[in-house]
Design a binder for this molecule. Structure first.
Ligand SMILES: [Zn+2]
Length: 101
């Protein structure tokens, strides 16, 4: 698992996730990584996993507002309430995972 980061425009500081080619605020092309290891849950959705990966099993996805600013979609280990504080990590598969602090 890697540290979760978002991308800040080097010219104006606008923060984006995922990374963009151009800053939507100023058109800048240079971005720097900003730590986004913490956030708070805004919304949680339960998904039924597809057949073959465990009948009746649920997967949980959360919209998380990172402390750095941008919102991200993260996988949860189980249901959390809106407002829950979470730590964010980036998996080797590119998925963002959130765990309650
Ligand atoms: Zn900018």
């Amino acid at each position: 698992m890697a540290t979760m980061t978002v991308h800040a425009c080097a010219a104006c500081g606008q923060r984006e996730f995922p990374e963009r080619l151009l800053c939507p605020a100023c058109g800048g092309r240079d971005f720097v990584d900003v730590d986004a290891g913490c956030g708070s849950v805004e919304d949680v959705t339960a998904l039924h996993r597809r057949a073959g990966s465990g009948a009746g099993e649920l997967a949980w996805l959360a919209t998380v507002r990172t402390d750095a600013g941008p919102r991200v979609i993260a996988q949860l280990e189980g249901p959390l309430e809106a407002g829950a504080a979470v730590k964010l990590r980036l998996g080797a598969d590119g998925a963002i995972r959130a765990r309650q602090m």
